[in-house]
Write a protein that binds this ligand. Structure first.
Ligand SMILES: Nc1ncnc2c1ncn2[C@@H]1O[C@H](COP(=O)(O)OP(=O)(O)O)[C@@H](O)[C@H]1O
Ligand SMILES: [Mg+2]
Length: 251
């Protein structure tokens, strides 16, 4: 092999390692392998899908795994969907210490969510947060849109929040994971669309869709489809079942 080719190979190897290091574990070895190592730092990952598709489970799996290593995670839970009991199942014995490393903000209204987002940057710095999870970004927004108020202001508030997430991910080089609900596309019943629209899509460097399905044993299973990624080809999928201790790949 000539010298130049050897150098090129070495550079490729280093950039691969850098890419791999710039990730945070999903909490599942199998999903880590599928996602090229885990969730990427420095960018926003969006996990979208219908209710019961596994969004909260993936969030908690990642959060519990980070918290286990004695590092702190911030979770903004707008759906009241996060149960300490589930975190206990995922972590086992030392769940009390794990819970201490997870900071929760639980806005009940979109107004609360706006206030919560105003605090994010300060909390990340003062508490040494290494990952931010928002589950879900647009539930309270959607409720707000149902009210006879200024839609423009609600939309720009959501846009500001997304801007904050993109900024903290990049500036602090941390992973931001947000979930989003979907509604059926009126023109194409097999497709779903994200609440909040294209803004969320374009702000996320990694887009993951979750679907519910049944496996060969007629058990409830979940299909994860990678729609967008910075260094993996899109449209690959990963099928898993949810278990007490986490997720298991269906081969
Ligand atoms: N301990 C567990 N064992 C097996 N399945 C579980 C367990 N806990 C939750 N689930 C499953 O997780 C699914 C709900 O996933 P969730 O992450 O809450 O969905 P989403 O956030 O998309 O609404 C349900 O099908 C439920 O049966
Ligand atoms: Mg949920």
């Amino acid at each position: 092999m000539d010298n130049l080719n050897f150098q090129k190979q070495e550079i490729n190897k280093i950039s691969e390692i850098e890419k791999i290091q710039n990730i945070v574990s999903t909490g599942s070895n199998e999903l880590n392998i599928f996602l090229g190592g885990g969730y990427e730092k420095g960018v926003v990952t969006t996990i979208f899908g219908p209710s019961g598709s596994g969004k909260t489970n993936l969030c908690l799996l990642a959060a519990a795994n980070i918290a286990k290593t004695n590092q702190k995670v911030l979770i903004i839970d707008t759906e009241g969907g996060i149960a300490a009991q589930r975190i206990k199942q995922l972590t086992g014995e030392n769940y009390k210490e794990v819970l201490e490393n997870i900071l929760f903000l639980q806005p009940l209204t979109f107004e609360d969510q706006i206030l919560a987002f105003e605090k994010i940057k300060t909390i990340i710095k003062t508490e040494n947060i290494i990952a931010v999870i928002v589950d879900s970004i647009a539930m309270l927004y959607r409720l707000e849109l149902g009210k006879p108020q200024a839609i423009f202001e609600t939309n720009s508030a959501l846009a500001r929040q997304i801007g904050t997430l993109v900024e903290v991910a990049r500036k602090q080089n941390i992973p931001v994971i947000m979930t989003n609900q979907v509604y059926s596309d009126f023109n194409n019943r097999n497709e779903v669309k994200m609440v909040g629209g294209d803004l969320l899509k374009y702000s996320s460097k990694c887009l993951i869709e979750l679907k519910k399905q049944t496996n060969q044993k007629e058990e409830s299973a979940h299909k994860l489809i990678l729609h967008k990624h910075r260094f993996l080809s899109p449209n690959s999928s990963f099928i898993f079942t949810i278990k007490k201790k986490g997720i298991e790949e269906e081969k």
